[in-house]
Structures are given as C-alpha cells and as structure tokens.
Design a protein around this ligand. Structure first.
Ligand code: NAD
Length: 355
C-alpha cells in the first residue's frame, strides 16, 4: 500500500527567499518595481473595495511584531512583519516578513511567500508611485538618508518610476553609506556619498528618510527643508518612532495611506488628532489635487499599509503562474472524505507501517 499523497488542491505554491531572488534576477529589479507600482496604483484606485483596519501590533521594548490583513472580497491577504532596530547588532535584519494570499470563496491559501525582499520592493514601489504624483516636476536629485536594507530599492524605484538621476547618500554609519554606494555602482545613477544629512539634502528636490531607531529621532530639522521639496518619510512607522521635527509637519501638506493607522504610527502622531491630512488614494482617483504649487512642501508620511502588501501578493501570484521553479508545499490536510480527517491519520499510520 502506498502512502496517501497530497492532492493538487492541498498543495500551496511557496516562494522561498531563493526563489524570490531568482525571480528578481530573471525579470530584472526595475521592471519588477514598475509592474509592482502599477498594481499598487490600481489598488489605490479601487480603495473603497478593500476591508481596512490598522495593523495589529504587538509592541515590546525592542521592537514590534505586526499582522497586516486586508481583502477585496475575492482574495484575502495578510503579512506578518517585525521591526527590531537593534537586530543589526546580532546579525539580523531590522525587518523580516512573510505573507499569505487566499481565495475568499473557499478560504484556501493560494500562495505562501517570503516577504522580507518583497516588502523592500513594495515599499520602494509605493514611495516612488506617491512621488510620481507629488514630487516637483522634473525632479532629478534625491537625498537618501538611512542607507540600510531598504535604501538601494528606494533609489532604484525613484530612478525607474520618477526619473531621478542622482542620489545623495547619508547614514550615521559610514559603512552603511559605503555599502549602498557600492551596490548602486553601475546601476545608472550618479551616486554621491555625504558626511551629514545637511550635505545630503543640498540640491535635492526629493528627500527620503529611511532610518531605524525606536525613539523620537530628528533626522530632518525645520531649517534643513526648503520650499518646494517632496519628503518621502518611511522610517517612522511605530508609536514613539518618528524622524521629522514637528515644525516640518506644520509647514507641509501631508499625504497618508490610511489615517487611522498613520495617526498611531506615522510622523503625524506628533500632531493633534484633527490636523488635516490627505488620503493618497484620493489623489490617485483625482478627487483631491496632489502638488498644487512650486513652493509647496509635500510630505508622504509612509507607514506601509496592508493593501500595498495585497498588491504585492497578487502581483507575485500572477508572476509565478508562469514559473515552473516554484515549490509546492503540502500545507493543507486533504482527506479522501473531507469529514474523515481522523481516518486520514489512521490510514497514513497503517500505510507507513513496515510490511
Ligand atoms: P536598517 O536597519 O537596515 O537600516 C536603517 C539605517 O538607518 C541604518 O543603516 C542606520 O545606521 C541608519 N540610521 C539610524 N539612525 C540614523 C540617523 N539618525 N541618521 C542617519 N541614518 C541613521 O533598516 P531598513 O530595513 O532599511 O528600514 C529602515 C526603516 O524603514 C525602519 O524603521 C523600518 O521599520 C522602516 N520601514 C518602513 C516601511 C514603510 O512601508 N513605511 C517599510 C519597510 C521598512
């Protein structure tokens, strides 16, 4: 008697870290960022179809573990993600993640995937998509403050989607800047390494802050930010973890993903609850204008929202349908008689006994 084999319905495609790297190398990072940004834009445009809730966060002294669920009624997705700024000291990532996409009709998962790399891609694609709507026209120079794991993805997304040609790097850790500069060599960008935040923002029309520190930090002070720039603030994404001086916020027009989550986690946690913000999806649909003047400071107070992960999951799900290298996981029990889960174990036990 042969051992019961998992049926096709019980096998779930699994994208490992290795498979994700192969997909990126085969498809090309910039084409993927462009396609991903298009999916994210499409989902912002149909924002009202999604179930939305602030992410469910478990905070500790060292970091946070979060679940980010959403559904458009046909598919359901969630991401598990952590943020632990001190992990670097023990050789670990600050942010790691994995996620699941499911079919709402049956409840069956259709995809399980690593999302540490995918998060870097979706965060970069989202940042650049938002800047496409808000940054000054013809912006060519971006300051990239915080040169950790997310930074190269950010730089290349802004090149591919917004057409920037120069990045000015700064990190308190010069080794992080050297690493980013090395990784960006030969990627079609002028790369300038700077020794201070002030130097990095010189001549930049876009300023990205992507630092990790579990405390109120001031990466940009008010006097550093001139009229007309676009700020892409992505590092402050937790209660007590911000990057910008409050005075910058009061001079800026602030754009957010989902206000109930951003009020808890974003830069605007420093402001009163009723401080006006614009929801980015309304800019995408044309309901609200984005940039309205040359001297306006636009600020994307990014924290990362579940719909962006959903877009990334559905993009990946389409991509792997054409890819034979994806592993199939025996994740779901699949008894011959759906009601006989118990009997399946018994049959397995009998079949696996030596003859
Ligand atoms: P990382 O730990 O790899 O890199 C962070 C970098 O910031 C480090 O190189 C560190 O030296 C630098 N840094 C810390 N304080 C600084 C300062 N005062 N000035 C300049 N540089 C400073 O982390 P990462 O994976 O690149 O993530 C960066 C941040 O972005 C984290 O806080 C993370 O939670 C956040 N994040 C946000 C989103 C989003 O959607 N908004 C998505 C992913 C990550």
């Amino acid at each position: 008697m042969s051992l019961p084999q998992p049926g096709p319905m019980s096998l779930v495609p699994f994208v490992s870290v290795e498979t994700m790297m192969q997909l990126i190398l085969r498809r090309g990072l910039e084409p993927m960022l462009i396609d991903l940004a298009a999916c994210i834009e499409e989902d912002f445009r149909r924002w009202e179809q999604f179930d939305k809730t602030p992410r469910i966060a478990a905070h500790s002294a060292e970091g946070v573990i979060e679940l980010m669920p959403t559904s458009d009624g046909r598919s359901y997705g969630f991401k598990y993600v952590n943020g632990h700024p001190k992990n670097y000291q023990t050789g670990r990532q600050t942010v790691t993640a994995f996620g699941v996409l499911s079919d709402v009709e049956t409840g069956y998962p259709v995809l399980l995937t690593e999302m540490t790399i995918l998060t870097a891609l979706r965060t970069a694609a989202t940042s650049a998509l938002v800047a496409k709507y808000l940054a000054p026209k013809g912006a060519k120079v971006m300051a990239m403050i915080g040169n950790g794991a997310q930074s190269e993805f950010q730089c290349l997304a802004f090149k591919a989607i917004c057409g920037i040609d120069t990045v000015r790097l700064y990190d308190i850790d010069p080794e992080a800047t050297a690493k980013a500069a090395r990784n960006l060599q030969g990627k079609g960008l002028n790369v300038v390494s700077c020794v201070s935040g002030q130097e990095a923002i010189e001549g930049a029309q876009i300023i990205t802050t992507c630092t990790a520190d579990k405390q109120f930090a001031t990466i940009l002070t008010d006097n550093m930010v001139g009229a007309g720039v676009h700020i892409n603030a992505i590092g402050g994404d937790c209660p007590g973890k911000t990057e910008l001086h409050r005075d910058i916020l009061t001079r800026s027009d602030i754009f957010v993903e989902f206000p109930p989550q951003t009020r808890i986690e974003g830069e605007i946690q420093q402001l009163p609850e009723d401080h006006p913000v614009t929801e980015f999806w309304q800019v995408v649909t044309g309901a609200t204008p984005g940039r309205t003047g040359d001297r306006q400071i636009t600020l994307f107070d990014s924290v990362g929202f579940a719909t962006e992960d959903f877009s990334a999951l559905r993009y990946l799900n389409d991509l792997i349908r054409k890819d034979a290298s994806v592993q199939m996981l025996d994740l779901l029990a699949d008894p011959d008689d759906p009601r006989d889960l118990f009997g399946m174990i018994e049959r397995y036990g009998r079949a696996s006994q030596p003859a």
